[in-house]
Design a binder for this molecule. Structure first.
Ligand code: CP
Length: 355
């Protein structure tokens, strides 16, 4: 394994191996594992947890970190392309961690770079390292991942953490409740895959009807910055707010509340000290999980990957991705798509393409 771009690229065995390595690294003090390695940390969008925990993971394993936390002070301001930015960073570092505002930017960067690329969030598409730490948290809290009932609540349309986690947890026989107003419900290209695989899921608007039966409540922020129209954001802002009164005593004793964070108003702070609140523990789990990602991507720890995901990738001048936020609209790309059964989807941003 080299790049960490999409949870679609991982088998169940891969995920379990990454978590096993994370646990080993959490228990050990491997200060020299990445000695003499340099991490290129490219954050085109704001971040607290992802950037700092990747940086912490790198330092803890003995690597050095260079990069930027905003594109404002880089040559992108002078019109440099992402392609050239990646070509320069690969000359200065051994691995690239990149967060970008365009869907599919991470896949594009991985195709260009000669060094491994880790997707730290690409637009509204995916956030695989977040998913790995989410699953690490579920495994630690319950002792296993299988057969959980999980409710995703909030911005499911633009929520890249939800998209990635859904792709991963379907490998563990989990059942999903997608709780959102219609205009920010989970995209069809994701439920289409669940349908094809026969995974159980429910689209609902009120979490109270299922609160008593879920194992994991995965809250998300309504992401103002991703809406095309401010009026649409205003229709759904503040739609779900949980507090101690609305949750405690009404859910399973061992139900856990996760949130990728940052939160705005959707979880009141009176929940923080309850046994259900695991979102800060979850964020802290980002360090060992990202240590594992570095160690595996840089081949410092070998994992036994039994499965291999084959994709039927094609290139075309006529099959065009319809997603206006896809990287294909902003950079010169090979215009690739993936054929799967009756459907085709964009190789970069994963959105279905109409034939
Ligand atoms: N969970 C997450 O991606 O947080 P940041 O945006 O702070 O990195």
């Amino acid at each position: 394994m080299r790049d960490f771009i999409s949870m679609k690229d991982f088998t169940k065995e891969d995920i379990l191996e990454i978590l096993r390595v994370a646990k080993e690294l959490e228990e050990k003090n491997e200060v020299e594992l990445l000695k003499n390695k340099i991490v290129g940390s490219l954050f085109f969008e704001p971040s607290t947890r992802t950037r700092l925990s990747f940086t912490s993971a790198a330092y803890r394993l003995g690597a050095k970190v260079l990069g930027f936390d905003s594109p404002d002070a880089t040559s992108l301001k002078k019109g440099e392309s992402l392609r050239d930015t990646i070509k320069m960073t690969e000359a200065y570092s051994d691995i690239i961690v990149m967060r970008h505002n365009r869907d599919g930017a991470a896949r594009f960067a991985a195709d260009i770079a000669k060094v491994p690329v880790i997707n730290a969030g690409d637009g509204a598409n995916e956030h695989p390292s977040q998913t790995l730490l989410d699953i690490y948290t579920i495994q630690k809290e319950f002792g296993e991942i299988e057969n959980k009932k999980i409710a995703f609540i909030g911005d499911l349309k633009y929520g890249r953490t939800v998209h990635s986690l859904t792709k991963a947890l379907q490998l563990f026989n989990c059942e999903f409740y997608f709780v959102a107003p219609k205009i920010i419900q989970i995209p069809k290209y994701i439920t289409r895959e669940l349908d094809e695989k026969g995974i159980k899921y429910h689209l609902i608007e009120d979490y109270k009807q299922i609160l008593h039966e879920i194992d994991v409540m995965y809250m998300t922020r309504i992401q103002k910055e991703r809406f095309d129209a401010q009026a649409d954001y205003e229709k759904v802002a503040g739609v779900y707010v949980i507090d101690k009164d609305s949750v405690v005593g009404k859910c399973k004793e061992d139900m856990i509340i996760l949130h990728p964070l940052p939160r705005v108003d959707e979880i009141k702070i009176d929940l923080d000290e309850t046994k259900h609140a695991k979102y800060f523990v979850q964020a802290a789990n980002g360090v060992p999980t990202r240590e594992s990602i570095f160690a595996i991507a840089l081949d410092k720890v070998k994992i036994e990957s039994k499965g291999k995901i084959e994709k039927n990738i094609k290139t075309s001048d006529t099959v065009i991705c319809g997603n206006e936020k896809c990287i294909t609209k902003f950079e010169e790309t090979e215009n690739k798509y993936v054929v799967t059964g009756k459907h085709i989807y964009c190789y970069y941003c994963n959105k279905d393409i109409k034939k």
